[in-house]
Design a protein around this ligand. Structure first.
Ligand code: AMP
Ligand code: GLY
Length: 423
């Protein structure tokens, strides 16, 4: 099979690494990829939403399968683009169609889906510019903290959690009337604040049947102790120690099954990963959000724990025969620590040479924001490299990641030294 992975981050390097190990993989391409993917596949300099250029590549290289990493192309309809094209319609695309991708593309759509299918989530109402006064009144009925969510995609920045009622009203005004998040905040979802510990669960589905992948927990804040600005993710651990069998059964019965049944009842076409962001309130799981792709850096700990060859699983997703497959999971824990550019998630510099990569032993190196420049690996993004390690115990695994990080350096390199601190 000839396979194309879309994307350029740590998630995509991990998926490429895994797919490269398959006996079924013949030619493997990544668009646009990074320095890490260029060592195991062919990078093609095409943007993930340049559908015409992707089409040309797929035809020229006789590509049979496209694995979509990020949400952008999915929300913009890459699945439908393939399905509606005579020459592309038989290519397997791993992801939902445009309508189903609204589960990530619109918070209101996701909330309506959950409420229609009785999936536990925070109580909510949504508002537009014309109902901003009603929004203020709704805020008055809630207790602090107040959760405001821009309806559309806002690069992970669209959720505000505020302690003060007046501040919440002001921000609601900023979002709806002053377009704080542009198009994304034409609508705002206001929801009840849920207090608990977060985790993520991942599902691979063909729209009919599904496989539940290992759980993971990511660390989103830039600062140790979970303080400071939100990032894409600074590290992750799988499995989540507090998600025991009883709790996972609750997730399965109350959330995963109704979600997959919901796809069928709503006639959604969904052949890909579902990333369910959860919060554990007392002993019960609630959905915080859906994403229509894998998480990053969760992929860097979840995928390495899957022993199966991924390609036959993806084929089964494409042919809707996933019900015949079972997962084989590595019992060991996996941890990952993200090395980032100084300044991230605000302004940072690129083009810094990364030293010591050849000295890493007993850990996996997944490139996120890197590129090759004069045969040297240099930084090319905020999140630069993820160092993943396995061990029976996650505390031991994380030690391995940190020991290897000691051998790595680039100008203004930063990472959190406390991944897993709360477990
Ligand atoms: P989201 O983009 O929906 O994942 O929200 C970003 C973050 O905001 C989540 O990871 C949570 O930490 C927090 N959050 C979102 N919704 C709620 C809620 N209803 N209650 C408490 N925290 C929330
Ligand atoms: N790590 C969170 C995400 O991928 O959205």
């Amino acid at each position: 099979m000839n396979i194309l992975v879309l994307g350029s981050g740590g998630r995509e390097h991990t998926l490429t690494w895994k797919v490269a190990q398959s006996e079924k993989t013949e030619k493997l391409f990544v668009a646009p990829g990074n320095a890490g993917t260029s060592q195991i596949a062919t990078n093609v300099n095409i943007g993930v939403t340049d559908f015409e250029a992707i089409k040309k590549l797929v035809i020229e290289e006789a590509i049979n399968m496209v694995i979509v990493g990020p949400e952008d192309p999915l929300v913009k309809g890459v699945y439908d683009f393939f399905l509606n094209d005579e020459t592309l319609k038989n290519v397997i695309v791993i992801g939902p169609d445009k309508a189903a991708a609204q589960l990530e593309g619109s918070k209101e759509f996701a909330k309506e889906f959950m409420s229609r299918h009785n999936i536990p989530t925070a109580a909510y109402q949504s508002f537009t510019k014309d109902s901003v006064e009603e929004g203020y009144a709704f805020l008055e009925t809630l207790e602090a903290p107040y959760v405001l969510k821009a309806d559309g995609l806002a690069a992970g920045k669209g959720v505000l959690i505020l302690n003060d009622l007046q501040e919440a009203k002001d921000e609601l005004h900023n979002m709806l009337v002053d377009s704080k998040f542009g198009e994304a905040s034409t609508k705002v979802v206001i929801e009840e604040f849920l207090s608990g510990i977060e985790l993520s669960c991942f599902v691979l589905t063909d729209g009919k049947d599904y496989l539940t992948l290992p759980t993971a927990k990511d660390y989103k804040r830039i600062g140790e102790g979970d303080v400071g600005l939100n990032t894409g993710g600074m590290g992750a651990i799988s499995p989540v120690p507090f998600a025991d069998e009883v709790f996972i059964k609750k997730i399965e019965d109350r959330i995963i099954k109704p979600t997959i049944n919901g796809f069928q009842k709503d006639k959604m076409t969904y052949k890909g990963f579902v990333f369910i962001g959860l919060i554990k309130v007392n002993e019960d799981p609630y959905v915080i959000e859906y994403n229509v792709r894998m998480g990053d850096p969760e992929t860097e700990v979840v995928i390495p724990r899957i022993k199966n060859d991924l390609v036959p699983l993806f084929e089964a997703v494409g042919n809707q025969t996933l019900g015949e497959k079972t997962l084989n999971i590595d019992e060991r824990a996996a941890t990952t620590v993200m090395l980032v550019s100084g300044g991230y998630p605000e302004a940072y510099e690129k083009g810094k040479e990364i030293n010591g990569l050849e000295n890493v032993h007993d850990s996996l190196v997944f490139h996120a924001g890197t590129k090759l420049e004069d045969k040297k690996v240099v930084t090319n993004g905020g999140r630069v490299i993820a160092i993943t390690s396995y061990d029976e115990d996650f505390n031991e695994a994380i030690k391995k990641s940190y020991q290897n990080i000691e051998k790595l350096s680039f100008d203004k390199m930063y990472y959190r030294k406390d991944i897993g601190f709360d477990l």
